[in-house]
Design a protein around this ligand. Structure first.
Ligand code: ADP
Ligand code: MG
Length: 623
């Protein structure tokens, strides 16, 4: 007997089923994608026991004609592509024609479907790939699929399922992404009889509110950025709501949920100077790109895609996000305790009140004066490749924000538009006006207190100083002119082999930043020159700081290495607990107006404000 044989259809289907159907969430993903491809405007997903016992997906899409129903369950049966050329211009979520075949091979599946023209619907049941029944059934236009007993005939795979709650968690996470990716579609999501989401198809902002709660929704920056080829829409979170991991990052390309390392690092890099270590930006973004500029056929479950022009996409994202971030104002406001109490963070989707009342929702967007931003600095940073000249690029700048400053807590939402515009103006004035404010003094040798008409401003002198040094670094670096000063006594330090080779490998980088470092014997180095303006630098703490982070440096690109080193140098040049003289305070404040953003280079706020009426509330002079 021949040793090589063609596998029979059962085995072949089960093998390909393994690729597509890995767990209950994969079934939900494929079925909802089919509903979306069928033009549904309303989709219901109802699961039991983490989808292991039952998954129902029902839609009001265009349905399947009776004569096509059996075919739809055959492997490689699809209505979505016909020719090889189609494969390079895919406008639907599905195209492989494998989902229904794969799912029906490993479950007991039931489908009821009807097109608009048909009088009666078609009903089919299939168990482990065998058709059990096929008949007519009265139904509405659309398709309803019930998947029972997933993996009933593949015990090996069933064994690998995790606890129902965990499988349910994956499905919930997936549903969140579908809801975010399809802002105009109504979704109902039910688990074990409990209604989790019931969205109205009322837009991305409302959906973010539903899924992530008020804290997040109140701290979003709307993105609407395009050039001749690409358009990016959606929201990024202000730095203040950055998250401890990447699960709050959602990216769509042509409404397809994808993960893409290159894009997430572009966004991460744009956020770099705004975030503290270990924090990840929040975002929900959709890239619209011609279908022929991407290849979606590179992954069995279509989660990854390939771009024709990676470099272009990288800088597009970097610019879009940097632009939005650098045009915010960063004066934090202290609100009353009552307001804070209201402001619990509701993030867990499952705990979330499903039918949030309409009037609770903040408005969707705010009018913005774009011209105001156009006069802002054109260059963002020389380091991360972030630097770009807005005039020379073909980018239409259109970044708007819900509230144009960081809020530690949220103000009352009434009379939205006038209030916001007024606050914006005040914020913009702050940096310019700051020199005219009355200096009350310094607090804890750390904070400068300023009195304006009806506000108390608290300025972190160190954060402020750091920002000043960093901006100066960037500027002088850009002009390839970092003036240096020789040290009277060179700073000599000894380190281990790894550290030594790091420094030796990067001598040029240090030199470009104004640090003259040379080898000085076995595992020993000598710093003989430093940037001129960093006269207060504590070299010991700088070197310690660099050593601590060597692992990170090794992985980063040169540009980010420079950026990180510059930030560290700025930090090491700021003395803690120093009492500033009035003239030092004056010069710090004078430079405030030149700051690119009111955040220190590591993302901490520089200015916090307390209003007079707030203080009056504390003393019960005013309610
Ligand atoms: P693909 O989506 O890759 O085409 P599937 O196996 O998921 O492959 O589906 C096979 C075909 O069945 C689809 O091409 C489509 O014509 C039809 N179909 C599946 N689900 C639906 C649905 N919910 N509404 C209408 N047609 C559907
Ligand atoms: Mg499909």
């Amino acid at each position: 007997m021949a040793k090589i044989q063609v596998l029979d259809k059962y085995i072949a289907n089960k093998i390909s089923a393994g690729e597509v159907v890995e767990k209950p969430a994969s079934v939900v993903k494929e079925l909802v994608e089919n509903s979306l491809d069928a033009g549904a405007t309303s989709i219901v997903v109802d699961i039991e026991n983490g989808g292991i016992n039952k998954i129902v997906v029902a839609d009001n899409g265009k349905g399947i004609e009776s004569e096509d129903v059996k075919t739809a369950f055959l492997p490689h049966a699809t209505s979505k592509i016909k020719t090889v050329d189609d494969l390079f211009n895919i406008g639907t979520l599905g195209f492989r024609g494998e989902a229904l075949a794969s799912i029906s091979a490993v479950s007991e599946i039931e489908m009821t479907t009807k097109t608009e023209e048909a009088v009666l619907g078609t009903h089919i049941t299939i168990e482990g790939g065998d058709i059990v029944s096929f008949d007519e059934k009265a139904s509405n236009t659309g398709t309803k699929i019930v998947v029972n007993n997933l993996f009933f005939n593949t015990p090996a795979r069933k064994k690998f399922l995790r606890k129902p709650k965990q499988e349910e968690g994956d499905i919930t996470h997936l549903m969140q992404k579908f809801i975010l990716a399809n802002p105009d579609i109504k979704f109902k999501y039910i688990t074990d009889g409990k209604l989790i989401y019931n969205t109205m198809g009322s837009g991305c902002y409302d959906n973010i509110y539903t899924i992530y709660g008020r804290e997040v929704a109140n701290n979003l920056i709307e993105i609407n950025f395009s050039n001749h080829k690409y358009t990016l829409t959606g929201y990024i979170g202000k730095p203040i709501i950055a998250k401890p991991n990447r699960t709050y990052q959602t990216l769509f390309v042509n409404n397809r949920i994808v993960t893409n390392f290159m894009i997430s690092s572009a966004i991460g890099n744009a956020f770099e100077s705004f975030l503290m270590k270990g924090k990840f930006p929040f975002y929900v973004l959709n890239l619209t790109i011609p279908n022929d500029a991407i290849d979606v056929n590179v992954h069995p479950t279509k989660q990854e895609i390939k771009f024709d022009n990676t470099g272009e996409i990288y800088s597009f994202f970097l610019n879009a996000v940097s632009d939005a971030l650098f045009n915010l104002n960063y004066v934090s406001t202290i609100e009353s305790e009552d307001d804070e109490a209201e402001d619990e963070i509701i993030e867990s989707a499952v705990d979330q009140e499903i039918d949030a009342k309409e009037e609770d929702r903040p408005p969707i967007s705010t009018p913005l004066d774009f011209d105001k931003y156009k006069t802002n600095s054109t260059s963002l940073s020389p380091f991360g490749g972030r630097s770009f000249d807005r005039k020379s690029t073909d980018l239409i700048f259109n970044s708007s924000t819900i509230l144009d400053e960081i809020k530690i807590t949220t103000p009352p939402q009434s009379n939205q538009s006038p209030n916001i515009m007024k606050e914006e103006e005040e914020q913009v004035d702050f940096a310019k006006e700051v020199q005219n404010f009355k200096t009350i003094g310094t607090l804890f040798a750390t904070y400068i207190l300023l009195e304006a008409e009806d506000k108390l401003y608290i300025i972190d002198q160190h954060a402020c100083h750091e920002r000043k040094n960093y901006d100066r670094f960037v500027e002088e670096f850009e002009n390839a002119n970092i003036p240096t000063q020789p040290l009277m006594i060179p700073y000599v330090f000894t380190c281990n082999v790894n550290e030594f080779s790091f420094f030796v490998d990067n001598l040029e980088t240090f030199k470009a930043l104004g640090f003259e470092i040379d080898e000085f014997g076995h595992n020993t180095l000598k710093i003989s020159e430093i940037p001129y303006f960093l006269n207060d630098i504590n070299l010991e703490s700088l070197i310690d700081d660099i050593r601590k982070d060597l692992g990170v440096f090794n992985k980063t690109q040169l540009d980010f290495l420079k950026d990180s080193l510059a930030k560290k140098a700025c930090k090491a040049s700021v003395k803690a607990g120093d009492i500033l003289t009035p003239s030092e305070i004056k010069s710090l404040l004078a430079d405030l107006s030149k700051h690119k953003v009111l955040l220190c280079p590591h993302g901490r706020p520089i200015v916090v404000e307390i209003t007079k009426s707030q203080i009056e509330k504390w003393f019960k002079r005013k309610l």
